[in-house]
Design a protein around this ligand. Structure first.
Ligand SMILES: [Zn+2]
Length: 266
């Protein structure tokens, strides 16, 4: 019997979390699981029961899993939800880089879903975020890519635009505007993205910025949007993810272990 990456991911999750209810879905496997969040950060423990629905696309891990809730713990107007109700777990590029580095679904769950749920319940109870909040929508995406590329937001935008448009040429000035030839500036990072599945995620993030730009005053005056995706507050922001991407870019067969989590599980 041939086992697809999505099937293997599902089996791993069953092992990690217990029995699942499988539903048939178009081009994806959909699982409903009961999940008890029990996590502690900064001395504050949160325990909460959830029903979660996890959709694993056939293209997993190149395509990202989606997670939503079948219970009503998180209100629909919580700003870190997509319009279809699925969790905004992070910037596409960040999630894609994590899955490229380690396609284990339980690891993805521990890193992104657990911190998402902890953050959401913490916010509902205390009216603030436990470890800082990334900006929402396009501004949040650009914050991530600014850190990834080591630039400011306008420079990150022009690098992303170059990737999306396919017009990067190493002998031409770098799209970041440094005046240095691309191959001597951001060329290695750009080519690493263009030559990998990361290109798809970066383009998705770029489209999100473009879609939101209609509401901008100018490209460099970002309005926070309560409705924009992309904004999960994260414990690990870009330093970790940058190094993840750096590892992907330098080694296509990385076997490094996932980052340690500051959560304590009981
Ligand atoms: Zn550059």
């Amino acid at each position: 019997m041939i086992s697809s990456p999505a099937e293997k991911a599902a089996r791993d999750l069953i092992e990690a979390l217990g029995p699942l209810n499988l539903r048939e879905g178009a081009n994806r496997a959909i699982f409903d699981i009961p999940y008890t969040l029990d996590a502690e950060y900064g001395g504050i423990r949160i325990v909460e029961d959830f029903g979660l629905r996890i959709a694993i696309p056939d293209g997993y891990p190149l395509e990202l899993p989606q997670v939503s809730e079948t219970t009503d713990v998180i209100p629909r107007n919580y700003k870190h939800l997509y319009s279809n109700g699925s969790f905004c777990l992070g910037v596409n590029g960040e999630l894609g880089a994590a899955l490229s580095n380690d396609p284990s679904l339980p690891a993805f769950f521990d890193e992104f879903v657990v911190s998402y749920l902890y953050t959401a319940v913490f916010y509902l109870r205390y009216g603030r975020y436990p470890y800082g909040d990334r900006s929402h929508g396009a501004a949040g995406v650009l914050e991530y890519y600014s850190e990834l590329f080591g630039t400011n937001s306008p420079q990150a935008y022009t690098i992303m635009r170059s990737i999306a448009s396919g017009n990067y040429r190493g002998h031409l000035p770098c799209p970041c505007g440094s005046g240095i030839r691309g191959r001597n500036c951001h060329g290695k990072q750009i080519l690493g993205i263009l030559d990998s599945q990361m290109k798809k995620h970066v383009m998705a993030d770029f489209r999100l910025i473009e879609a939101e730009s209609e509401t901008w005053i100018s490209p460099w005056t970002f309005r926070p949007s309560d409705h924009g995706p992309s904004c999960t507050p994260r414990i690990f922001s870009s330093p970790v993810c940058s190094s993840l991407l750096a590892r992907i870019l330098t080694s296509s067969s990385s076997t490094s272990s996932p980052s340690p989590t500051p959560f304590q599980f009981r």
